[in-house]
Design a protein around this ligand. Structure first.
Ligand code: UD1
Length: 370
């Protein structure tokens, strides 16, 4: 028989996909979710949350709600969090409260009602800049992003002023916490790995790269870049690309992420470990903007390159997936162009409001655009 698994934040984009994957594997799924307005504008059960998921509405900081949600549970997937890197730089109290205090409340309850395993969603953001290679082939772990270069370029430079090249980042790279969100996520990871070990539970952290796929919160201007671009393009506006658009990321399909969670819940070797989870392919943000406009039949919408950066943003970060492949048996399966086509089809069936300019003004007003 399967387990009973609690997903905190289980009504969100990632949670709904994880829930479906776990149900398919014969588990029972309960979700605890605050249905916050920025993500769930109508404040109701999302239509694409599988009907078999038992949804409890409640805040992760509410001890009584967490206690009820933990009753009879074997394992926990902890996803409940505020997720915008840019927004975290001004909504400091809200982010830290939900993300870190929320995790503390969860563990306070877990001490009395332990489960077998807790898998927490960490983030590549904790690395700060990823690993870099100089043109001479020397690997650099300690790159810190400074201001824009004097010649207007954006890539970090080596001691001789030559741009460095991003290299796949392994889990051994020391965290460099450059945003409130990154600080929050690292604390979540540490609380999970420390307290599970202390109290006889198993803990696993997944350091997730940029997740995309059907079900992303389209009208949330603080959501991931592909959902933001999709909603811009669907409303006939060009994607707004920060910096020079050459910053590189790894965009991973939510179905691959859901499989990673299923493996992290089951694999005995995963205990006490943190794993990078991505697609294994990196792309520039501008390239993705163009591919996405094409996939939505709007190649005419040329990306608008702003030459401005968001405070707290990382320049380049791409994952080394060796550890996840070896210890978790993780193997990304989704093809990126198929994923974009699927996203385009889903976006066409949705109403989305483009609130990006509004969100950008919020950052600008607070001096968070550089
Ligand atoms: C995202 C996630 C974060 C997750 C992290 C892991 C969201 C809101 N954030 O952060 O939770 O932990 O990935 O990788 O999902 N950009 C533009 N134009 C825009 C918006 C963004 O050019 O309109 C650029 C950004 O400057 C950045 C890149 O796109 O260079 C990615 O931004 P974003 O999708 O917000 O992701 P992260 O900040 O990496």
């Amino acid at each position: 028989m399967g387990d009973t698994i609690l997903i905190t934040g289980g009504a969100g984009f990632v949670g709904r996909h994880v829930a479906r994957t776990l149900l398919d594997r014969g588990h029972r799924v309960r979700a605890l979710d605050g249905l916050i307005a920025q993500v769930h504008p109508r404040g109701e059960r999302p239509a694409d949350l599988d009907p078999e998921v038992e949804l409890l509405e409640g805040d992760i900081r509410d001890a009584a709600a967490v206690r009820r949600a933990l009753a009879g549970v074997d394992k926990v997937v902890h996803l409940a969090a505020e997720v915008g890197v840019g927004q975290s730089m001004y909504a400091v109290d809200r982010y830290t409260s939900v993300n870190d205090y929320g995790t503390a409340v969860l563990f306070q309850q877990l001490i009395d009602q332990p489960v077998r395993r807790v898998v927490v969603a960490s983030s590549m953001s904790i690395y700060g800049e990823g690993l870099y290679r100089t043109v001479d082939g020397e690997l650099r772990q300690d790159v810190v992003r400074g201001r824009r270069n004097a010649d207007g370029s954006w890539d970090p430079l080596d001691a001789s002023g030559r741009p460095m090249i991003p290299a796949p980042t392994p889990e051994t790279k020391a965290p460099t916490l450059k945003s409130v969100y990154a600080i929050n996520k690292y604390v979540q990871e540490l609380l999970t790995l420390t307290l599970t070990a202390q109290y006889g539970m198993e803990g696993v952290a997944l350091r997730l790269w940029n997740i995309y796929g059907p079900g992303q919160a389209l009208s949330n201007p603080y959501t991931g870049v592909l959902a933001i671009f999709a909603s811009r393009i669907a409303n006939g506006h060009p994607p707004m690309v920060f910096e020079d658009g050459r910053q590189r990321r790894d965009f991973v399909h939510v179905a691959d992420v859901a499989r990673a969670f299923a493996l992290a819940l089951e694999e005995p070797m995963a205990t006490g470990e943190a794993f990078n989870i991505g697609s294994g392919e990196d792309r520039s943000v501008e390239q993705v903007a163009r591919l996405q406009a094409a996939s939505m039949g709007r190649s005419d919408l040329e990306p608008l390159i702003t030459q401005q950066a968001r405070a707290g943003d990382i320049r380049h970060n791409i994952p080394d997936l060796t550890k996840a492949r070896t210890l978790l048996g993780y193997a990304p399966q989704q093809d990126f162009s198929d994923g974009l086509a699927e996203l385009a089809e889903w976006v066409a069936s949705q109403e989305s409001e483009d609130r990006v300019v509004e969100a950008r003004n919020e950052l600008e007003m607070r001096g968070l655009v550089l």
